[in-house]
Design a protein around this ligand. Structure first.
Ligand SMILES: NC(=O)c1ccc[n+]([C@@H]2O[C@H](COP(=O)([O-])OP(=O)(O)OC[C@H]3O[C@@H](n4cnc5c(N)ncnc54)[C@H](O)[C@@H]3O)[C@@H](O)[C@H]2O)c1
Length: 417
C-alpha cells in the first residue's frame, strides 16, 4: 500500500520507517536539509532504531523515500499520516494546529480521496471540529505514545494502538481499523504473542471515537506529569525537612499498586510533550470543575522555583566562603540521559530563574550548535567546564561527573530516567 507521512520528526520518521517494512512510504518534510540527510541514510535525530533502519534499509528491504515534493508524496497515497508540530500558543490558550491544517491543505490539493490520519497531538474535540469545518469526512486521529530517543523502538513494541473515528461513521471506522491493523502488522513479530496484564494476547488495538482518542492522549500525558510532580513534591518535602527522599520513595514504591518505576525526582517534568499537553488539557477543562489538572501545571513551576532556590543557597554559601562571583555550570540542556533534544527541558526553567538573580551560568552541551544559549556561554569542552564551574547543576547524573561529584547539585537519586 502507498502511504505518505507529513513531517519527519520523532513521530513522523518513526511511523514512516515502521510502515516502510510492509508498505511503500513517502515521507515529506518542508525542511530540505532534513530530507537530504534522510536520502543519505542519516538520521536527523538521535534514536538507535531509526539510525539502524536508515543504515540497513536496503538489506532490510524497506520501501522508504524522503521528499519535499507534495505531488510525489501525496498524490498516490491511500493513507497520509500527519505528524507536524502542535506547539502551545499562550495567546489563544490552545495548541497551534496551523501546521496540521497546512499539511491537510497540501494533501487535498493533490489527493481528495486519501484517508488523513492525524498523529499530531491535538486539543480534545479537534478532529470532529476540523472535519465539520472543512467538510472533509476522510480524517481520523491516532494518538502517538512514543518516548523521544526510543521513538521507533516504541512503535515496534507498542503498549497499545489507538485510532479514533467518529461514532456512527462506518466508512471512517473501517478506515481506522485498517490503519490500526497496518501499525500492528509492522510491530515486532514477537508482540503478536505477548500476554497483556488483562489476559489478552498481542498488541491491544482500540478503535474509539475521535474525541475519546484525543482525550486518551492528553489524559495519559497528564497522568505521567502528575506522577513526576508527585515524587518531585515528595522530594521537595524531604529535602526541606531533612528526610532521606530515597528511603521514603523506596518505602512508598514497594507497594505494588504504586510500583518502583517512574519515581525518580528531577527538576520538573519537561520535554516537548508533557508541559504543553498538560496545559492543553487544562484549557479543555474550561467550564468543567477540576482541581488536580491546575495543580499539576502549577506544581511544575513551584518545583523549578524550589530547585532554583536550592541552587541559589549553594551559590550564597560559596560567596560566604570567599568565592567572589561563583560560576554555575549547567550540565546538559537535555531532559534525559542519552537524548539530543532539549525542547522545554526543565533545567532551562531553573537556569532562567538563577540567571534572573544575576548569577553567571556556563552551559556544557556537546550537541548544541553555537556558543551562546539565551546569553549564556555554551561549551563542548567538558574538562574546562568542570574546572571553571564552582557549582554544577545536573538534572540527570552522568558518571563523567564522578571526579567533580562534590560540586554537583542533582536530584537524580536513583540514576535512571
Ligand atoms: N516528540 C514526542 O515525543 C511526541 C510524542 C507523541 C506525540 N507527539 C506529537 O506529535 C507531533 C509531532 O511531534 P514531533 O516531536 O515529531 O515534532 P518534530 O518537531 O520533531 O517534527 C515535526 C516535523 O514536521 C515538519 N513540518 C512542519 N510543518 C510541516 C508541513 N506543513 N508539512 C510537512 N512537514 C512539516 C517539521 O519540519 C519537522 O521536521 C506533535 O503534535 C507532538 O505533540 C510528539
Amino acid at each position: 500500500m502507498r502511504i505518505a507521512v507529513a513531517g519527519t520528526g520523532y513521530v513522523g520518521l518513526s511511523v514512516a520507517l515502521l510502515l516502510s517494512q510492509r508498505n511503500e512510504v513517502r515521507a515529506l518534510d518542508i525542511v530540505p536539509e532534513k530530507v537530504d540527510m534522510l536520502r543519505r541514510g542519516e538520521s536527523p535525530i538521535r534514536d538507535a532504531e531509526i539510525e539502524r533502519f536508515l543504515r540497513e534499509r536496503d538489506q532490510m528491504g524497506l520501501s522508504f523515500e524522503a521528499t519535499c515534493d507534495p505531488i510525489g508524496a501525496y498524490a498516490e497515497a491511500e493513507y497520509v499520516v500527519i505528524a507536524t508540530p502542535t506547539n502551545y500558543d499562550t495567546d489563544t490558550n490552545s495548541f497551534d494546529t496551523s501546521a496540521v491544517e497546512a499539511a491537510m491543505d497540501a494533501v487535498r490539493s493533490v489527493n481528495p480521496d486519501a484517508w488523513i490520519v492525524v498523529k499530531s497531538t491535538v486539543p480534545v474535540g479537534y478532529t470532529e471540529r476540523i472535519r465539520a469545518e472543512r467538510g472533509d469526512r476522510r480524517i481520523v486521529f491516532s494518538p502517538e505514545f512514543l518516548r523521544e530517543g526510543h521513538a521507533l523502538h516504541d512503535n515496534l513494541h507498542p503498549s497499545r494502538i489507538v485510532v479514533g473515528a467518529p461514532r456512527g461513521d462506518t466508512e471512517a471506522i473501517v478506515a481506522a481499523m485498517r490503519f490500526a491493523a497496518l501499525l500492528a502488522e509492522c510491530a515486532d513479530p514477537a508482540e503478536a504473542s505477548r500476554e497483556n496484564p488483562d489476559g489478552t494476547v498481542g498488541v491491544p488495538e482500540l478503535v474509539l471515537g475521535c474525541t475519546e482518542a484525543e482525550a486518551v492522549k492528553l489524559f495519559a500525558n497528564t497522568y505521567l506529569a502528575l506522577r513526576v510532580s508527585y515524587f518531585n513534591e515528595l522530594d521537595t518535602y524531604c529535602a526541606t525537612k531533612g528526610l532521606s527522599t530515597a528511603d521514603v520513595i523506596r518505602g512508598v514504591s514497594l507497594d505494588p499498586r504504586i510500583g518502583d518505576f517512574y519515581d525518580n525526582p528531577s527538576f520538573g517534568y519537561g520535554g516537548y510533550c508533557l508541559p504543553k499537553d498538560t496545559r492543553q488539557l487544562l484549557a479543555n477543562y474550561r467550564d468543567v470543575p477540576q482541581n488536580l489538572v491546575q495543580a499539576i501545571v502549577d506544581s511544575n513551576a513551584t518545583r523549578k522555583d524550589f530547585v532554583a532556590d536550592e541552587v541559589l543557597k549553594r551559590v550564597n554559601g560559596l560567596v560566604y566562603s570567599g568565592v567572589a562571583r561563583p560560576l554555575v555550570g549547567v550540565y546538559r540542556l537535555t531532559m534525559k540521559s542519552g537524548s539530543d533534544n532539549f525542547r522545554a527541558s526543565s533545567v532551562q526553567g531553573v537556569m532562567k530563574r538563577v540567571k534572573a538573580k544575576g548569577v553567571p551560568v556556563l552551559v556544557y552541551e556537546p550537541t548544541f550548535r553555537g556558543d551562546e544559549f539565551f546569553g549564556s556561554e555554551v561549551t563542548a569542552d567538558l574538562a574546562s567546564f568542570k574546572e571553571r564551574c564552582d557549582l554544577i547543576v545536573a538534572n540527570r547524573w552522568s558518571d563523567e561527573l564522578a571526579d567533580v561529584a562534590g560540586k554537583v547539585y542533582t536530584r537524580d537519586l536513583f540514576r535512571r530516567d
